[in-house]
Design a protein around this ligand. Structure first.
Ligand code: T4K
Length: 390
């Protein structure tokens, strides 16, 4: 690994890149290969590939136990899980969501002819600001989707109070919050339901996958029907539906990765602490903190630039990419600045000043089991030299 002491050591100044291979935000965390291959043998032997097979059922049982929730309804990905949850809840008209999220949160509504109404966020948490949510309520509003961004819980109690006061449905996009808690209670237990993503880049992955967690028996039953074309037994369709099923090989990956989550948390937490220590004392930047009183998965190392940062966000991204460190600008430029929302709501930015500010200032750094402490140390040394301009 190259020495990084002065600015001449940086790739943007002509030095060779720090890494031969790209370092990603979201490199997959993968459990035991042997155990996975063993499952594949079982799947082939049994010839049960899909349609609520034994591995999917076992997976759902274990995910529900892990989150202390009554039902886990496994799906083919987080986006379809969102869509099915939205439909099962009967949302329509307008639904309030943050703009500062992955585009799937908004698309899951728009795809079903529901208008996503973007509310601003709290600059300290990057999650929905309850006062901003109140301002966006109209007679057409039927619900609120909170997002637990970076795995840190949205202001659940405040959002529930608003929902109760106005007769709105509340659900959560918990794509980042696998295994996290709010006031000591596991995510999965709040609102009408909460949606997980098991995409390859997530803390916990099943290649692709997702699930809805809920304590509501009726809602769970409706979603189970909807993910399988509405079938109840052979030849008997009793509900409108789609194909949102998880398949056996995907559940196998989930079972294997479930056994590895403690080591993934440990690796993430260690990386986060090394980044924290390594970047401490630098003016102009701060690292997003996790509340140590809660359960966290530490999946995102989020650096935010202050007004006094001597280097622009895009210069930092450019310098890191030159070193083969593929840091990301999640979730720039905000959903409201992407199509079709940019055209539909050209003035949305006026009510989203904090979203615009935060989206322009965030850099997400590589972590996970594919990034070890030595690599993290190289990354923070590069950032120190870059920000101090030595
Ligand atoms: N709600 C929220 C709040 C979400 O964040 C997401 C997904 C969803 C809903 C929807 O859930 P899913 O339908 O996806 O289950 C990535 C993911 O594609 C997306 O799932 C995720 N959020 C989002 C935060 O990140 P991109 O556009 O950054 O993906 P991509 O392909 O650039 O991947 C990031 C990096 O990870 C790559 O540079 C390389 C590395 N990578 C990626 C994959 C897929 C690997 O090393 N191996 C891989 O297999 O969106």
């Amino acid at each position: 690994m190259k020495q990084i002491l002065v600015s001449q050591d940086l790739a943007i100044n002509g030095a060779p890149p720090a890494f031969d291979q790209p370092l990603h935000v979201g490199g997959p965390n993968i459990g035991s290969r042997e155990a996975f291959l063993q499952y594949i043998e079982e799947i082939f032997d049994s010839r049960r590939l899909s349609n609520n097979g034994p591995l999917v059922q076992e997976f759902e049982r274990r995910i529900a136990i892990h989150h202390g929730v009554k039902h886990c309804v496994a799906m083919c990905n987080g986006t379809v899980a969102l869509e099915i949850a939205i439909r099962a809840l009967g949302l329509q008209g307008e639904v309030i969501v943050p703009s500062y999220t992955f585009i799937a949160t908004a698309h899951a509504l728009y795809w079903q002819a529901i208008t996503p109404v973007f509310a601003d966020i709290d600059p300290a948490t990057h999650n929905l600001d309850p006062d901003a949510v109140r301002r966006m309520i109209t007679p057409r509003t039927t619900g609120i989707i909170g997002v637990h961004l970076w795995g840190r819980a949205a202001p659940i109690d405040e959002l529930q109070a608003i929902a109760d006061e106005h007769g709105l449905k509340l659900m959560f996009d918990a794509a980042h919050a696998f295994g996290c808690s709010y006031k000591g209670r596991m995510i999965g237990n709040f609102g009408a339901c909460e949606v997980l993503s098991f995409h390859a880049t997530k803390f916990f992955n099943t290649f692709e996958g997702g699930a809805v967690l809920t304590n509501d028996d009726e809602l769970a039953g409706a979603m189970r029907l909807m993910r399988n074309f509405g079938f109840s037994g052979f030849d008997n369709v009793i509900h409108p539906g789609t194909n949102g099923k998880m398949i056996e090989i995907v559940a196998a990956m989930g079972l294997v990765n479930l056994d590895a989550i403690d080591s993934v948390i440990e690796a993430n937490r260690h990386n986060y602490e090394v980044y924290h220590k390594g970047l401490s004392g630098l003016s102009g930047i701060s690292l997003l903190q996790y509340d140590e009183n809660e359960r966290n998965n530490y999946q995102y190392v989020v650096m935010e630039l202050g007004e006094d940062c001597p280097v622009s966000r895009d210069q930092i991204i450019q310098a890191l990419h030159a070193e083969n460190i593929l840091a990301r600008r999640y979730f720039w430029p905000g959903c409201h600045n992407m199509q079709p929302y940019r055209e539909l709501f050209p003035h949305a930015g006026l009510s989203l000043p904090i979203t615009q500010q935060v989206a322009d200032r965030v850099v997400v750094l590589p972590t996970g089991t594919s990034v070890d402490i030595e690599r993290v140390s190289t990354i923070y040394k590069i950032l120190r030299v870059l920000l101090k301009g030595q």
